[in-house]
Design a protein around this ligand. Structure first.
Ligand code: AMP
Length: 468
């Protein structure tokens, strides 16, 4: 039996194909039937352009329903979908195109869909096995070259089903979709939950303050990154009433500050459900839909996911499970490096499990600071600083230091005084963990998913102790 992801998704589309899939800002809708037909037409066009089973199709296009149709068309043909961040420059694209060797590069999904209207929809799907590759997601690549994580039809289907069940999606749901679709969060997590439950989406091209509040009025679930939630809270139009009928707010892709969680609960009476995932495994853990959602914890491994901590109570998180990627595209060496001899994927995230089995993440292993031979977990220092009066958020990094190798530096958003922060940190932390310098800033550098780019901070502050 074919395990083509398109077939698995389409088998769950609503029986009544006239039901809406996309709800657009102008009040119009695109039905499941229209989505299916357009995917079939685009597949026919791509086939005519020579796209065959296993060929890569690179897509760097603005977010649109047509880009989703294109994604489905690529799956249908058994080709491999390779989305790229819309912010990448021509030079960066050159690298990705060189690496992926696509049959086709699409930069305008709307025009492609228009051109496809001349074609009769191709009906059948290319038969695929669960282990065949459906998509390559290039990692954000904060160290070295970005690597292409290969995700199979089976991995994506399995994770989609697990999430649909874990978050109890039904065809009554309406998801507010404001995430980019070049990343696993907006592409797989959001779309697959919707398709596998026959739900609808309020479709927004991007996060935009007023559009999101308006969209919430028509929605039941929202998926976001932490910056969506801080922006919502900064918007006075986001009231308790505006959120009253929502059944679920999901957050992930970067750590949600406990203060944001608390402020959100105070404003709306609802507790954000935080989950943890990555390009190489889609979603790994989630807070429960029933039961306690704990601020600062990313919850429990999803059913089917095995999770262990290497080397002690706090250490690198390793996982096994059906949604783990197949390997890095044309990079067997890197793939081998990131799996243990007994087949566990080394996530690169440092964390621990509490006695209840909940997972707590303290950051990326590569962000660990070694100062004077002692290990400093940035998260521990950040948590202390974030609690202080006048602090909004902090990022703690290690920078070169002539005596200590690395020294702890805190970069802080807020109105507090740098020296006062240092003083408080000294009271609460061992000397080697206390920031040797505190810099107050207006903003922290973030990527499209709201993740603080510590590599950029390390560059910016690299000369703090070593500049001549
Ligand atoms: P990406 O592959 O771009 O999705 O990035 C994955 C990384 O984002 C993970 O390895 C984590 O470091 C981080 N991440 C994702 N979700 C969370 C979360 N809920 N809390 C903390 N870090 C997260």
């Amino acid at each position: 039996m074919s395990e083509n992801l398109y077939e698995i998704l389409a088998a769950r589309f609503p029986a009544d194909r006239a039901r809406p899939c996309f709800l657009l800002s102008d009040g119009s809708a695109i039905s499941y039937g229209q989505l299916e037909t357009a995917a079939g037409r685009i597949a026919a066009l791509l086939r005519e352009r020579g796209v065959e089973v296993g060929d890569r199709v690179v897509v760097q296009a603005e977010k649109s329903p047509q880009a989703v149709m294109l994604y489905l068309a690529v799956l249908k043909l058994g080709a491999v979908y390779v989305p790229l961040n819309t912010a990448y420059t021509a030079k960066e694209i050159e690298y990705f195109v060189g690496d992926a060797e696509p049959r086709l590069v699409v930069t305008d999904a709307v025009a492609l869909e228009r051109d496809s209207q001349a074609f009769a929809p191709c009906g059948a799907c290319a038969p695929r096995q669960a282990s065949d590759i459906a998509s390559i997601i290039y990692t954000s690549g904060t160290t070295g070259r970005s690597k292409g994580a290969m995700l199979s039809h089976g991995a994506l289907a399995d994770n989609g089903f697990a999430l649909t069940r874990a978050w109890r999606f039904t065809d009554e749901d309406v998801l507010l979709h404001a995430l980019p679709i070049f990343h696993v969060h907006g592409l797989f997590v959001a779309l697959h939950c919707v398709f596998l439950s026959g739900a609808a989406m309020v479709w927004l091209p991007k996060y935009e303050d007023d559009a999101v509040v308006l969209g919430l009025a028509r929605s039941t679930v929202m998926m976001g990154v932490p910056t969506f939630y801080t922006r919502l809270l900064a918007n006075p139009a986001f009231t308790r009433d505006a959120a009253a009928h929502m059944r679920l707010f999901v957050c992930g892709s970067a750590p949600l500050l406990p203060s944001t969680f608390a402020e959100f609960e105070a404003r709306t009476g609802q507790r954000i459900l935080e989950r943890y995932g990555m390009s190489e495994a889609v979603i790994i853990t989630s807070n429960p839909i029933d039961g306690e959602r704990v601020a600062g914890s990313v919850g429990y491994p999803l059913p089917g996911v095995d999770l262990r901590i290497s080397g002690g109570d706090t250490g690198v998180i390793e996982i096994k499970g059906p949604s783990v990627f197949t390997g890095y595209w044309r990079n067997p060496q890197k793939t081998a490096e990131e799996f243990t001899a007994d087949g566990w994927f080394i996530t690169g995230d440092v964390g621990r499990r509490d006695p209840d089995g909940r997972v707590w993440i303290s950051g990326r292993a590569k962000d660990l600071i070694i100062s004077g031979g002692f290990n400093v977990y940035p998260k521990e220092v950040e948590l202390l600083i974030d609690e202080l009066e006048g602090v909004v958020e902090s990022a703690v990094i290690g920078v070169p230091h002539p005596d200590f190798g690395e020294a702890v530096v805190a970069v802080v958003i807020g109105s507090a005084d740098a020296e006062a922060i240092q003083e408080k940190a000294r009271e609460g932390l061992a000397a080697f963990k206390t920031p040797k310098r505190v810099f107050m800033v207006a903003d922290l550098p973030r990527n499209a998913m709201g993740k603080v780019q510590k590599n950029l901070l390390r560059e910016t502050y690299s000369g703090t102790f070593t500049a001549t």
